[in-house]
Design a protein around this ligand. Sequence first.
Ligand code: NAP
Length: 537
Amino acid sequence: MKKKLAWPRLCISATGNSPRELLAGARAALRHSSFVELRLDGLPRPLEFLRMIPELLAAKTPRSRTPILQATCRREENGGHFRSSVGEQFRILQKAAAAGCRLVDLEIESAEVTGKEAVAALRREAALILSFHDFHAMPPLQATARRLLKFPADVYKLIGTATRQSDNCLALDFLRSVMDRGDQAGKWIVFCMGQAGIPSRVLALSRGSAFIYASCPPLNSVRGFAKSPAPAAPGQLDFEVLRNVCRAEGLGPETAIYGLLGCPVGHSLGAAIHNAAFRAEKLDAVYLPLLASDLKDFRRAAVCYPLAGFSVTIPHKQKILRYLDRFDCAVRETGAANTVRLRAGRWEAINTDVEGIVVPLRRAFQLSGRQRLPASFRALIVGTGGAARAASAALRDLRCRHIFVAGRNSAKARKLAREMNGQAIRLATLPQEKFDLLIHATSVGMWPRQEETFLQPEQITAGTVFDLIYNPLETRLLQMARLRGCRTIPGLEMFLVQAARQFEYWTGWEAPRQQMRQVAQEKIREFQLRGEETGMP
Ligand code: NAP
């Protein structure tokens, strides 16, 4: 009987369009992990690369482990780049095994062409991963599993593409059902590709996946932050993110799952700071991007994962209200929720954006306890969207009596001003006005268009300017305000307060504010250098 094989739990996929590129990618990957997949199908002549394998097998790896190489030469019709025949594919995989690759990945479609004997012969050379990929949707999992199981293999890989959040649950439930059947435990790799499928990649190990794939962290060129190599598959996460941010190898069936509901979600800092906070407090919890456009499907998924709580961002902050069982007065006042927790099947929500504005203002104007803003205090809100609504609720909370609203759309500015007993004001008249506070709540000046500002210097006529944008850390508007002698409050202050409050609402623990601040600052700087999105990936 064949011995049951065990592998490290994270495999880095090395890709490249030339032998040089693949070699560099594989070498870089081996610096992080002893387990590396060689995507031979990107090469014009994969056989030529095989002579490099002895060099890779001699490479230094973390903790001096012997490198374990997997050879993959996926055919174009099955989602890879290899354009030659199935026979040639077999020849390459056989030679890769002879050269020292301990695993080979073969698509079920190729296995069905050659038949059981050829597949068994290949399996005698190296451990066999028999795989199926759907790059568009979720395949019927049970039927596809039966198709795979017709061929004896060491590992079965069944990968679909998530187009909605509940697809993740299909994959994770399948893994759980396999784990329950002892003979198949540890023999399956199941997850979803695509941005919406990221939760299944992170959680797969916790539900019994044999291992999962990661992309190589950025090569250290610019102060440790270069662009990441292209991932081998859509939604594939960087090894460092899987290992150190999400701690995918340490998650289990009891891990509390949190995340960010939104569309898009890749721009958020949430994953970095909440996962850092969970780690700092040694909580068995993880925070994931939950890309979703369909809230009904999201609700099904939330129950199925099950989620313990989630943050909410564009475009769901208002629409989420119809799914809530209970919410606080900040939600009622703004008509928007950004934080939800699930308690005994009930969805409870708060809006921490309001507190995120109140707390920095209290600090800046030295208002303690129940102290309010002076009766003569004049505040201007620029912008008319969700953040402007949170700003108006915050100002009312501080009993500000003179609130003005300006925006590019004057009808919207009038509407918001009416709702909060304030006054709409035309942008052209700003140079003649004087305010104690200006809160900037438009998205103008956000990365990647950080050179832009909605206001001209002469329109900045307030003693204090609070820009709600947090990426970049110092916006063009804040630079201009400082040059005009204003006191400035960066959007990061709001971001950190609202995130800390979320953490406390979910966990009941005091948030590790210092660590959260440090991670957020590092992440934004890294983002500026790499020019990539801040979240996952
Ligand atoms: P939103 O609801 O989409 O509102 C965006 C606002 O910006 C609207 O008033 C919009 O005007 C205006 N706007 C967009 N493009 C503009 C342009 N080219 N010129 C002039 N005005 C423009 O978004 P939001 O949630 O309020 O977010 C607004 C900003 O606040 C974003 O930068 C966001 O990152 C930031 N924010 C920060 C935090 C934090 O924690 N620091 C929290 C929430 C939001 P129209 O209505 O006319 O389109």
